[in-house]
Design a protein around this ligand. Structure first.
Ligand code: PHE
Length: 346
């Protein structure tokens, strides 16, 4: 091995490598080529192995040639690499092009169901008076739904609640949220300020104002010295917050087995303002809830001493409130899941 031969080998390697760089089809092939030529075990190292056989004064010369060869090849690799990466990027961009002029797919925005919306409004108003929301089961026992609310078996007052019974003896789908009164009284001591929203069920012939499934919101307050005056003041505040501060309200005598005395609570007709129209049956008033002082027997069933504690309770239908507020004329709309109806509550 002599200087001339080694120099020629290096120049051959350069020529061959440059030729290969020039035709490398892609950057992956180029990388392989780089390792094969310039890598630790590559062809350049292979050629330079012969340097050991040279005379000492020839070695630096070969080293210098080897360096230029290496630099030339490196420069060629860089240049070809840049070109390849460029065209590869362009190819990818062409392939993955996004048509920004394509119209977007609209996101469907949901909205609160009007029953839920009304219950939220009711809960927010009563929360300002310290009422806390509680839950109570939808499948009730006969005792809690009726008997402990002062409605014994076979009592004619049961006719007020057309009942759906379930297969478990003594159990039914609650006909109102009032059994929640019993459950709250049994679970906590006065002062009690509870709000019980929830689904109720009745064996009902369905029409524009009757459903077999609907919501109620029950309210219960129990403390020492609670009076009908407290109930009236609270419900007035509620009606004004819900329907407007200037709306007139009135209380009428009512009947419920579990309250004594019982009242019906009316707001002036939201359609005609009190002069009388078809919406209010020409009376000028719309009934929004039933209420009364908790019957002593009910307090006792709740585990409370009626000599010491008094309470009031009220129950309202959020659908009815929603119908009055929005001018909805058919209760069935609330359970039909028709988007044309539901989408109006945004
Ligand atoms: N539970 C009664 C109903 O369903 C409403 C009510 C609740 C009346 C609380 C008085 C007190 O009609």
């Amino acid at each position: 091995m002599d200087l001339v031969q080694l120099t020629r080998d290096l120049e051959d390697l350069r020529a061959e490598a440059l030729g290969q760089v020039a035709v490398a089809p892609d950057s992956a092939a180029l990388e392989e080529l780089e390792i094969e030529v310039l890598g630790k075990k590559g062809r350049l190292t292979g050629v330079l192995r012969g340097i050991g056989a040279l005379a000492a004064e020839d070695r630096p010369r070969v080293g210098a040639v080897a360096n230029t060869v290496r630099q030339t090849i490196e420069a060629a690799l860089r240049e070809r690499g840049a070109a390849l990466r460029n065209s590869e990027l362009e190819a990818r961009l062409r392939l993955e092009r996004v048509d920004v002029t394509t119209p977007g797919r609209p996101v469907r925005r949901g909205s609160l169901h009007p029953s839920i919306e009304a219950m939220g409004d009711i809960a927010r108003i009563f929360a300002q008076f310290g009422f806390v929301v509680h839950e109570s089961p939808e499948v009730e026992d006969d005792r809690t739904n009726f008997q402990m609310l002062n409605i014994p078996p076979d009592h004619p007052a049961r006719d007020l609640w057309d009942t759906l019974y379930v297969d478990v003896p003594g159990h039914l789908l609650r006909t109102h949220t009032s059994p929640g009164q019993i459950r709250v009284m049994q679970a906590m001591r006065p002062p009690i300020r509870a709000l019980l929203p929830g689904r109720c069920f009745r064996y009902e012939a369905v029409d524009a104002s009757h459903g077999f499934e609907f919501f109620q919101v029950e309210g219960l307050m129990v403390d020492e010295g609670t009076t009908l005056g407290d109930l009236k003041g609270l419900l007035d505040q509620f009606a004004h917050a819900m329907f407007g501060a200037r709306k007139r309200t009135r209380f009428r005598p009512g009947y419920y087995p579990f309250t004594e005395p019982s009242v019906a609570f009316d707001v002036e007709c939201l359609v005609c303002g009190g002069s009388g129209c078809p919406a209010c049956g020409r009376s000028g008033w719309m009934t929004i809830l039933g209420a009364g002082m908790v019957h002593p027997v009910v307090l006792q069933y709740g585990g409370l001493d009626p000599e010491r504690y008094q309470g009031f309770a009220f129950g309202m239908g959020p659908e009815r409130i929603s119908m009055l507020k929005h001018g909805i004329t058919d209760l069935r709309l609330f359970m039909e899941n028709d988007l044309r109806f539901l989408e109006q509550f945004r």
